[in-house]
Design a protein around this ligand. Structure first.
Ligand code: SF4
Length: 370
């Protein structure tokens, strides 16, 4: 059964009742369990659990240490294009924003990659808007094939694709994918998206197509702030649990992007506070102990530092969210503003200072047996 079919049977109103009807007693009952499950998530993310943040942090830290040790995996995004045919209301790359657009040619991509490699990264995330006429499959397979000589892991965060396209990318050297549903609420999704991305079902099923071709790393998430984050993150939790069962050979990762200011004038309808985001991370860690939890440089340094030891297991660092940002054009259109502008070396030093181990490379293609 696909996740679309599972989602169709879920009653989101029931989640709302579970989240907003949770009492102090429910929270204590759940927290006193030795082991948690996805059904506990609505209570753990509820406003009733907010006063228990410190206790949740301690539990989350214990579980993280047990499952992941002291490891913090580092990666860098490489924006290959800021062109996009979609009109997502919340995004700086929205087709209606009449700002400088660029798709890097292969030499420019390699120059950017070299700059990222020099910073120490061996895991790369290729990012673009939805511009299938510019960022074609041929373009992607060509650059991925080259980049896989020097990068151990190459993930993509681009537009959703067909099974055969994912197969071609996997054969070229793509090892992972990140594709966020943005919101699982169909009605709100419809009001926010125009263009090919408006096809909710095609996007939702993309991660399963990527799983079918055997990508090692399957990343999902919701854009926190588009709607009630507690309900969306409950759906993310169920989605991740489904993927873990279905694609047990892959690592399932979850991201928590909060909407930030971008080119255009979109004001997020729901503002998610630091405490609410932290509670969400702890709740997720408690119910999905094996999930890789990812925090990007959208978040400010103090918050990232605080979360590093207590739930998060993967971080970007020194990110540029504009194409050419590492080595070429310094001021092309960026997708969102960076809140943590420290260098990768500074982030690494922070992690070491917290007795964590920054990991720039945790996989090699030679591990794969043909
Ligand atoms: S969110 Fe993605 S698809 Fe939507 S406008 Fe931005 S880059 Fe394009």
């Amino acid at each position: 059964m696909s996740f679309k079919e599972i989602l169709a049977k879920l009653d989101l109103a029931k989640f709302k009742d579970a989240v907003y009807g949770a009492t102090e007693h429910d929270v204590h009952r759940v927290l006193s369990k030795g082991k948690f499950c996805v059904d506990d998530f609505p209570v753990l993310v509820s406003p009733a659990a907010a006063p228990q943040l410190e206790r949740m942090a301690a539990l989350s830290q214990q579980i993280t240490r047990l499952r992941f040790g002291k490891v913090m995996r580092l990666y860098a995004p490489l924006y290959v294009s800021n062109e996009c045919v979609n009109a997502c209301r919340y995004c700086g790359f929205n087709v209606h924003n009449k700002l400088a657009r660029v798709t890097l040619n292969r030499d420019e991509v390699f120059r950017e990659a070299e700059a990222i490699h020099r910073l120490g990264f061996r895991h790369l995330l290729l990012v673009s808007g939805e511009a299938p006429n510019k960022v074609t499959i041929e373009y992607l397979t060509d650059i991925v094939y080259e980049l896989s000589r020097t990068f151990a892991g190459i993930s993509i965060e681009i537009y959703p694709m067909d099974l055969e396209e994912y197969r071609a990318l996997a054969a070229a050297g793509v090892t992972g994918i990140a594709i966020y549903q943005e919101t699982y609420d169909r009605a709100i999704y419809k009001t926010l998206h125009k263009g090919p991305k408006a096809d909710y079902d095609y996007r939702l099923a993309a991660i399963e197509r990527a799983g079918e071709v055997g990508l090692r790393d399957l990343g999902i998430g919701a854009l926190m702030g588009l709607t009630d984050f507690r309900i969306d993150m409950t759906c993310v939790t169920l989605h991740a649990a489904y993927l873990m069962k279905q694609f047990w050979r892959s690592q399932i990762s979850i991201s928590f992007p909060r909407i930030r200011a971008a080119a255009g004038a979109y004001a997020p309808p729901y503002l998610v506070s630091d405490k609410e985001l932290a509670q969400t991370v702890f709740a997720l860690r408690m119910v999905l102990p094996d999930a890789d939890l990812v925090l990007s440089t959208r978040e400010h340094a103090a918050f990232r530092d605080g979360m590093a030891a207590v739930g998060i297991t993967r971080m970007s660092a020194g990110s540029r969210t504009n194409p050419g940002g590492y080595s070429l054009e310094e001021d092309s259109l960026e997708q969102f503003q960076i809140a943590d502008d420290r260098t990768p070396a500074e982030v690494s030093a922070m992690l070491i200072g917290k007795n964590l181990e920054p990991v720039w490379k945790d996989f090699d293609r030679s591990f794969l047996f043909e």
